[in-house]
Design a protein around this ligand. Structure first.
Ligand SMILES: [Mg+2]
Length: 412
């Protein structure tokens, strides 16, 4: 079963997405997600210029061989652009293989290990009343696990908080948060770590007081803290029983997590910007984290992320795949198939896509009972509408940047 063609489709139904479509000689079509938020066209070019020409004529069934060929054969290993491109090829080939087998993809990965993948939604508010409303809205939608992000007194716009200027620019619904903004230049935000560390524990105290001990709560510090600041945050949140505290320090220095771990029993999740199992080697082997965050889209596809999750399983570390709106419904569908199949699934992030996005991608996954199920169609369960996609051309959009009050560039 030879690959006959491969096409890169860039579409922007509310936000930018890069999709790879692979077609075999006998007309089987598979889809992969190659979206890299704010750097979309780099992956599109990498695929078009350097990967698509290598795929034509290859046996579509040889997924592992193709993965190794693109990973090792490129010489320049790892990196977000390379691994997103490999992810798209890998995901599309798994989609094809499952369609040919006449089975939903999770069946080829070992079959279902659970009924559904528990997901968490994003609640946020500038103050407690907005946050409480937002949590209630998510509970009404059926979420059983909630990420809580809060405004910080004195800061105009804070990562993860809707109804701030960030949400207003995107024109989103009241409690939707879309960090990438359509503009020629990235927005600049101001950050104050001391103000954040002082404020966050009081917010979790209020949320626990209002919603009780059962509700699953998570929080994302978005790489902004030093190890000792992260340790303090983890310790100060222990009374509120978080499911996890995410990205407490910049992820590229795994040794920083040792210090955090020595000081707190709050579970830690990290890795949404990681690309391979190698990035996790120290963190998993030394049991410095509890959840691995890489999504299928950014870490080499089903093949790459399965390697990470299987390695994590040896140390009782679980999956917690990244699921922001910039992971397209194709990437999310792939994550749900994989999450349904692996034993050490933890939770799946689920930031609802816009109606325009859902119309373009036509995913079959189903959200109910607090979780996602992939559906029973052969393959990934994607019905991509190319005519509709063509109506939404690419628009430049960037994630914001961050500066401290004195103007110093800080991690966003
Ligand atoms: Mg995050």
């Amino acid at each position: 079963m030879r690959i006959d063609r491969a096409d890169v489709i860039v579409t922007s139904p509310g936000r930018n997405f890069v999709t790879l479509r692979i077609t075999t000689g006998d007309g089987v079509v598979g889809y992969g997600d190659a979206t890299l938020n704010g750097r979309e066209l780099s992956v599109a070019a990498y695929l078009r210029d350097h990967v698509v020409p290598l795929l034509i004529g290859r046996d579509a069934h040889r997924i592992e061989d193709t993965w190794q060929y693109l990973y090792r054969g490129g010489y320049w290993r790892r990196g977000p652009v390379t691994m997103a491109a490999i992810a798209a090829v890998d995901t599309a080939l798994w989609d094809i293989k499952a369609k040919v087998a006449g089975l939903p993809l999770y069946q080829l990965l070992g079959g279902a290990s659970r009924d559904r993948c528990l997901v968490y939604g994003h609640a946020s508010g500038r103050g407690i009343p907005e946050l409480t409303d937002s949590i209630r809205e998510h509970l009404d939608l059926g979420f059983r696990a909630i990420r809580v992000q809060t405004g910080v007194p004195g800061l105009d716009s804070v990562y993860g908080v809707a109804t701030s200027s960030a949400a207003a620019v995107g024109g989103s619904a009241r409690y939707d948060y879309e960090p990438a903004r359509r503009a020629a230049l990235p927005a600049e935000e101001t950050w104050d770590t001391r103000a954040y560390l002082r404020h966050v524990p009081s917010v979790f105290e209020a949320v626990r007081h209002e919603f009780g001990p059962e509700l699953i709560l998570l929080h994302d510090a978005h790489h902004r803290l030093t190890p000792i600041q992260a340790a303090r945050l983890g310790k100060s949140l222990e009374p509120y029983d978080l499911f996890w505290l995410e990205d407490v320090t910049p992820a590229e220095n795994p040794e920083g997590l040792r210090l955090v771990r020595e000081h707190t029993t709050t579970p830690l999740a990290i890795g949404e910007v990681f690309n391979t199992v190698w990035d996790y080697q120290t963190l998993i082997r030394e049991q410095l984290i509890d959840y691995v965050r890489s999504p299928v889209t950014h870490a080499g596809g089903i093949t790459g992320v399965r390697r990470i999750i299987d390695y994590a399983a040896m140390y009782q570390v679980k999956s917690g795949m990244h699921g922001p709106t910039d992971v397209s419904p194709i990437g999310l569908a792939a994550g749900v198939h994989l999450g349904l199949a692996v034993h050490n699934f933890g939770i799946q992030e689920y930031m609802l896509h816009s109606a325009e996005t859902m119309a373009v991608f036509g995913p079959t996954f189903i959200f109910d009972d607090g979780g996602l199920r992939p559906g029973e169609e052969p393959g990934l369960g994607i019905h991509f509408d190319e005519e509709l996609a063509a109506r939404y051309p690419y628009e430049p959009a960037y994630l914001p940047t961050n500066r401290l009050r004195d103007g110093t560039v800080h991690d966003w």
